[in-house]
Write a protein that binds this ligand. Structure first.
Ligand code: ZN
Length: 514
């Protein structure tokens, strides 16, 4: 090794048949007085040839190369000398499917100084070279390799472990394969073999393993501000061990502020009224090293309770409180959201707990009459009774009166409007949940239509509506909607709600030009 010279590091010898004839009769018994062990390496080089190579340490060594068909009767094939470094020698005189044994013996001044172990080589197709992976558009893996002469097809094996568990995924004829059946946040390992046209057992050896990692998706982040803290929450990412939270500093650079396995981060280092920008990405530990997923787009949030520059809508639930109300309240709470419940006076006492819970997280309680009559058919006195009885029930439960009302069935006229003594809140999106009782229809009727300033009509007495709310609320939050009460929506969009007036939506008022 010490005398290894780079410039003269290898030479080749091609074994001509004339030389073979010359040495063929020489059957050898290899001397046993070997002092050093030589490492002979063999490889199927090109189609029908075997590459033999070893290291030569000294210029004055010579090497005898022997070959056998059965592992016991060796024939000398070549004598090589005068080189230091890697010695390479090709045996082109081989047949597909046959097995050969090779040995080398090192000589110095006619004395045997070393010998290699016998190397058994079955001549098959060469293993495809330059086998490599490339992740395309983050969602699929492209495999490419060099074509092997006389290969009919290639079989690709895949595993999600670096060793073991490999399964055949495809046999194809070209030199390119795209694996679509992959998922983000996973590392895939591949091997390939070349198949011969004629015989199955002439296929190449399996290639060494190559891998491809599909980056984890970015988490979807939403934030809210309350009690002098910004709270970020994000969606769980497949394949993630933990998450890194970055915060933009004064120089516009993102600094790592938190490593967490949780799905939220609370930042107390904020000043009210200022905006802050964050990024969150998922982390996976692969073989001890950190693999980062895609970062979410920079998420900016202002340290104010409600940011009027952001989109906002009011979810409203009528006819409760009922057995599903608390589930909805819990979901709102978990998503830093609020809603408005237009309750029936007759239901308040039996579901008082739900109403108190809703009030506690900042939801608004509106008046939906006591017993759900069509108000236009009632006398003024009867209308007043419906309203005041319900106000009393609400006040008794949460300690405050309802300041807004919604008439049952949306039924009102001038007399009703005058008599109820409160702003009348209608809606701009009707989910018709009471009619179809189908949660995916509730969900899509909102998601397909929602825009800033909408008032969304639902009923918290239906299971389908509860179920839809569980996905609808986080989805709206992820889409950037602040879920506010009707009164907050009015306040931030510049409406002063007036008694007896009717409101359908509370969008941004058109800015006056001229
Ligand atoms: Zn109703």
């Amino acid at each position: 090794m010490l005398k290894k010279r780079i410039l003269s590091s290898h030479f080749m010898c091609v074994l001509y048949s004339i030389f073979l004839i010359f040495v063929c009769s020489f059957i050898l018994v290899i001397p046993v007085s070997a002092e050093s062990v030589l490492q002979l390496q063999t490889q199927i080089a090109d189609y029908r040839s075997v590459l033999l190579q070893w290291e030569s340490e000294q210029m004055d060594s010579s090497f005898y190369l022997y070959r056998s068909f059965d592992g016991s009767n060796y024939t000398m094939m070549a004598s090589l000398s005068g080189q230091a470094g890697t010695v390479k020698c090709y045996d082109h005189d081989v047949k597909m499917g046959k097995t050969y044994y090779y040995k080398i013996v090192q000589m110095e001044h006619d004395k045997v100084v070393g010998e290699s172990e016998a190397e058994k080589v079955k001549v098959v197709l060469p293993t495809p070279t330059d086998f490599k992976t490339k992740v395309i558009k983050k969602t699929r893996v492209q495999l490419t390799w060099n074509k092997v002469q006389n290969a009919y097809s290639y079989t690709i094996y895949r595993s999600t472990k670096s060793s073991g568990g490999f399964q055949k995924i495809a046999t194809i004829k070209g030199a390119r394969y795209i694996d679509y059946d992959v998922s983000r946040g996973t590392t895939y390992y591949y091997k390939i073999v070349a198949n011969h046209k004629k015989k199955k057992n002439w296929q190449s050896q399996k290639s060494s393993v190559v891998s491809a990692h599909l980056k984890m998706v970015a988490p979807a982040v939403v934030g809210s501000y309350a009690k002098n803290k910004i709270k970020l929450t994000w969606t769980k990412v497949k394949g993630a061990d933990s998450y890194y939270v970055y915060k933009e500093n004064n120089n516009g650079k993102f600094e790592l502020v938190k490593k967490t396995s949780k799905l939220y981060y609370k930042d107390g280092n904020v000043k009210k009224g200022k905006s802050y920008t964050y990024k969150v990405l998922a982390i996976d530990k692969v073989n001890g090293s950190v693999v980062k997923g895609d970062a979410c787009l920079p998420y900016t949030i202002k340290a104010v309770d409600i940011d009027p520059n952001q989109k906002m809508v009011a979810l409203t639930y009528d006819d409760g409180p009922g057995i599903y109300t608390e589930d909805i309240v819990n979901c709102l709470k978990a998503n830093q959201a609020k809603a408005t419940f237009f309750v029936l006076g007759c239901n308040v006492d039996s579901h008082k707990k739900a109403l108190v819970a809703a009030d506690k997280i900042g939801c608004e309680i509106g008046n939906h009459t006591y017993g759900h009559p069509m108000l236009s058919r009632l006398s003024e006195e009867a209308i007043r009774k419906e309203i005041t009885q319900t106000d009393k029930k609400i006040e008794n439960a949460i300690g405050k009166k309802a300041t807004i009302m919604r008439p049952p069935g949306g039924d009102y006229n001038n007399m009703v409007a005058k008599t109820v003594g409160k702003p009348i809140i209608m809606w701009s999106i009707d989910t018709r949940d009471w009619e179809h009782r189908n949660s995916s229809r509730v969900y899509s009727s909102v998601m397909n239509n929602v825009k800033d300033g909408d008032i969304i009509l639902m009923h918290d007495i239906h299971k389908a509506t509860r179920d839809a709310s569980m996905t609808l609320i986080p989805r709206l939050r992820r889409e950037g909607y602040q879920l506010v009460t009707v009164s907050e929506l009015a306040q931030y969009r510049g409406y002063s709600l007036e008694k007896g007036k009717v409101y359908h939506r509370l969008g941004r008022k058109a800015t006056k030009n001229n």
